[in-house]
Design a protein around this ligand. Structure first.
Ligand SMILES: NC(=O)c1ccc[n+]([C@@H]2O[C@H](COP(=O)([O-])OP(=O)(O)OC[C@H]3O[C@@H](n4cnc5c(N)ncnc54)[C@H](OP(=O)(O)O)[C@@H]3O)[C@@H](O)[C@H]2O)c1
Length: 334
């Protein structure tokens, strides 16, 4: 079978499409034929050894998959050959087949497109945890979403609306603004591309303050970092919660006096650790997401679909800041 392997640290160009032996499922494991693999920001980082997880090489990147059960290991119950599933695998998804623990997979509701299915879990599970558990977002509050047309950003717009917030989406282009509005944002602000000088940072803060209104944002969802974080902190409400979700621009160093002046909290969001430490709460979130997905209240927006042979280009596209929603690699057909 084929797998797109990282054999040495480097960018997407360094990935090599290789022939490798089919894996075999051990006790409690499932052999999955991958239908689609969604690309996420960790894929950009992991191949360059810049992510917190550093797998032994060679490894295939690819964070989450949809697939079909091809064989079962001993002691597996609840799954049958031919069942369709989704799973967050962390890495290894850019391959034709892989083995996963049976307990890590979820059945796909009938009729769902496997390419959409592949992109459901990571962004929405991060976001429901961020907004409910860390942000304590309440009905009627104002939610500011930075990078709002990215993978987690679009999920934050949709879940923010379901939770009854007024959602202000901040993005870097008119094209992204249109998609954020389509996803349900109440207001959209188009900011510059950064990095900014002092005057640019002040102008950005003013722009965000005007967008969220005089009371400020009760919750800020920040997957971007860079100069955007300090500007967003200046636009936060008294008792506001600034959610540190990611660093697509860079890791910011905001002045802590802002937390005193604003009476606000800066709260970290580490979904992976949460899912491991609080599996029951995480499982409840996932059940909720599947229900919303079946009811059409959340829908992963697919930006582009690539074949496995172009998996490197898929990762490069996500890194380029031009993706609007999910980037997906279609590995095989049903
Ligand atoms: N904490 C967690 O548990 C968790 C879970 C999942 C993801 N994350 C993190 O969340 C972040 C976003 O993930 P994602 O999958 O939503 O990525 P994405 O689809 O690429 O979205 C990131 C957004 O960041 C903005 N951005 C600003 N500067 C950028 C730059 N220099 N390069 C690229 N994008 C830039 C872009 O929006 P504009 O152009 O509109 O500014 C882009 O749409 C990543 O850092 C990821 O690691 C964290």
């Amino acid at each position: 079978m084929k797998a797109l392997l990282s054999v040495s640290p480097g960018g997407p160009d360094a990935l090599i499409l290789s022939e490798v032996p089919d894996p075999r499922p051990g006790p409690g494991e499932i052999l999955v034929r991958v239908l689609a693999c969604a690309i996420n920001y960790p894929d950009v980082l992991i191949i360059e050894d810049k992510y917190q997880v550093k797998p032994p090489r060679p490894f295939a990147p690819g964070t989450e998959i949809s697939g079909v059960v091809e064989a079962l290991g001993d002691e597996v119950t609840g799954w049958t050959v031919g069942d369709e599933l989704i799973s967050i695998v962390g890495y290894g998804g850019l391959t034709e087949k892989l083995v996963i623990p049976a307990g890590s997979a979820l059945p796909v509701p009938g009729g769902k497109d496997p390419r959409e299915a592949a992109g459901l879990l990571l962004t929405y599970a991060t976001t429901i945890y961020a907004l409910l558990d860390r942000g304590e977002l309440k009905q009627g509050e104002t939610l500011l979403v930075l990078g709002a047309a990215g993978g987690v950003g679009l999920a934050a717009i949709e879940i923010g609306k379901i939770l009854g917030a007024t959602v202000v989406a901040a993005v870097s282009s008119e094209e992204k603004a249109a998609i954020a509005t389509e996803a349900g944002a109440d207001r959209v602000v188009v900011y510059g591309s950064g990095p900014f000088d002092d005057a640019g940072c002040r102008a950005l803060a003013k722009q965000l303050k005007e967008a969220v209104g005089p009371d400020g944002a009760h919750v800020t969802y920040d997957p971007v970092g860079g100069d955007y974080t300090e500007a967003a902190l200046r636009a936060i409400a008294w008792n506001g919660r600034h959610l540190v979700v990611g660093f697509a621009a860079s890791i910011p160093k905001p002045p802590l006096n802002l937390t005193l002046l604003k009476g606000c909290d800066i709260r970290g969001v580490y979904w992976g650790a949460f899912a491991e430490r609080e599996p029951d709460r995480h499982a409840a979130h996932v059940r909720q997401l599947i229900t919303w997905w079946e009811d059409g209240r959340i829908t992963p927006r697919i930006d582009r679909i690539y074949p496995l042979t172009e998996g490197g280009n898929a990762i490069a596209h996500l890194a380029s800041r031009s993706a609007i929603g999910k980037v997906v690699v279609e590995v095989s057909r049903r």
